[in-house]
Design a binder for this molecule. Sequence first.
Ligand code: FAD
Ligand code: NAI
Length: 469
Amino acid sequence: MSNEFDLVVIGGGPGGYVAAIRAAQLGMKVACVEKRSTLGGTCLNVGCIPSKALLHSSEIYEEISHAKDHGINVKGTSIDLKSMLSRKDKVVEDLTKGIDGLFAKNKVTRFNGHGIVMGKGEVAVKPVDGKGSVESLKAKNILIATGSEVMPLPGVEIDEKRIVSSTGALSLPEVPKKLVVIGGGVIGLELGSVWRRLGAEVTVVEFLDRIIPANDGEIGKQFLKILQKQGIEFKLGTKVTAAEASDKGVKITIEPAKGGDQETIDADYVLVAIGRRPYVENLGLKESGVALNERGRIQVDGHFKTNIDGIYAIGDVIDGPMLAHKAEEDGVAAAEIMAGQAGHVDYNLVPGVIYTAPEVASVGKTEEQLKEANIEYNVGKFPFMANSRSRSTGETDGLVKILADKSSDEVLGVHIIGPKAGTMIGEVVTAMEFKASAEDIARICHPHPDYSEAIKEAAMAAGNRAIHI
Ligand code: FAD
Ligand code: NAI
């Protein structure tokens, strides 16, 4: 087999594998170098997919505990954690194998090893176990899609036993009596919800005085109340200064973020979820002269090109939201650009979803961002409490909030907490892609009785003419 390719992709996550397939579709001879034994990257192996499998399993368990509200008596429910985790592992296994199938179908050559950029046009593949010879691949273009890794917290050493990252938190050997989560962001609240539903007492320690800081402030406040009602305890404006693990548990030292008296908390496990950082370790960037930006991400121009001709980068390792669907869009656009086509991703219209119950979904600008940019806007809100479908199912927490430009009525941001929010946000992303006004959405016929009517009503509320509130 010749080791000369049109494109060598380093990293087989949602960014890398999608780019490899798209490039192959466009007629390129493509190789993908992945150091894991399975394809799919963080998302499939230890991220999106296993977390959603556990979120769903734990949600079923929680729903059963509310069955009585629907006149259903269920006796003797218990958790078989081992089976629940095996099911999750099987879902991951099947999906990663699926990508092998897609690679075969599209004739993408896969190399299992650690890829190193050796400069323009060359990638070395080192065996992961350090044994065996290094292979050299020649490439017209190189695409770096190496993703991200857990942000470490000084004083809190992750051992993946008692002090875990999201990866360890997806496979705890038991339901903790007490779980402390450091970081009130997406991972902390999704995985905190999983273990709370399965029976753990969960405390979230968040440095800021609010949770989900990237989201709209009002949504953050409402979400906090909902999670507190579900039984999660929050210590906001608090920092962890140390965590000491033993065989039996962890002693965590906390203090107010602004300084003050220290306190200790005993827990069975600690989850560190304070963000992720680009993964560029041992990638040969410095030696090849590939520039990073001030945030440590690979610097690219509007066409995913680094400062070195023929070397591109996409996904979590470059700027923009660290999300799988963003990485995929980057991958498609970068492959199309390499093939001489146009490719562009509008990061303002990348939706973000937190898969708790209720879900939190958002796209576009927050109120805080509009204020900061001095843009005048109208707000339309509609609570799920007033939505007939929500009343039928009992999922009445949350609201839809639409922000529309005051003069043009163009929808600038949509924020939803509620049932199926992650699915429903798709409607407004499409609308915003076509520059819809709030009135456009308000005049679209929505099915009844459906949660999506809350979107229509919020759009009507932006023009002061909501019907059902
Ligand atoms: P990655 O998926 O990180 O893939 C990079 C790949 O490159 C890895 O497989 C790595 O092994 C490989 N690699 C790195 N360096 C080298 C090298 N030198 N040589 C060879 N291979 C290398 N996003 C969502 O959109 N929705 C979600 O629900 C969601 N849930 C998440 C839950 C968790 C717990 C976590 C941690 C993340 C979640 N994410 C979610 C984020 C999502 O996983 C990432 O945004 C996405 O995986 C980024 O894709 P990527 O291709 O850029 O990088
Ligand atoms: P995050 O950025 O979402 O949240 C981190 C939180 O930790 C923030 O609230 C931050 O203020 C807080 N924090 C930072 N330093 C702290 C400290 N020292 N002590 C206490 N709190 C501190 O990061 P997270 O949750 O780790 O997730 C990483 C990324 O993974 C997300 O930003 C997202 O891009 C992706 N992800 C996406 C999911 C989805 O789409 N459903 C699910 C899970 C992860």
